[in-house]
Design a protein around this ligand. Sequence first.
Ligand code: ATP
Length: 134
Amino acid sequence: MPTRPPPPKPGTDPLPLRGLRASFGYAWAGVRYAWKSQRNFRLEVYVAALALGLAWWLKVNPVPVLLLVALVLGLELINTALEAVVDLVSPNYHPLAKAAKDIAAASVLIVSTIAALIGFLLFFPPLVSRLGLW
Ligand SMILES: Nc1ncnc2c1ncn2[C@@H]1O[C@H](COP(=O)(O)OP(=O)(O)OP(=O)(O)O)[C@@H](O)[C@H]1O
């Protein structure tokens, strides 16, 4: 099967700004790949938008919310990259491939669960007071 020549490396471009633009282009392609292929990533983006909207409405400091959003989305992207590498090197069943995918998924699960807990602690008191329940 003919292979395509590798694309130019942005880091070696003699024009630094052009190289930087190319790097952003590749990173954006990664975001688009995750958005198209990962239902969990899309769900996390919707939840992030909801949390930021809620923070604005309830006048909650958005910095911890932004940090948690960055952590969850960043980890989901790394998980997606790892899945792609595992599928590339181990298209057939292998216990180590299973361990790699399961552990990467566990990291997203743990961080998302803790983020949800922190979100509850951040939003619950101002939400109750805003809705006049307390
Ligand atoms: N090559 C493999 N060898 C062994 N187990 C695998 C392999 N590929 C997948 N698995 C097992 O199947 C599970 C699901 O794998 P899959 O690639 O469908 O990931 P996923 O978590 O469903 O990801 P996606 O977010 O793409 O739906 C993995 O967590 C792992 O336990």
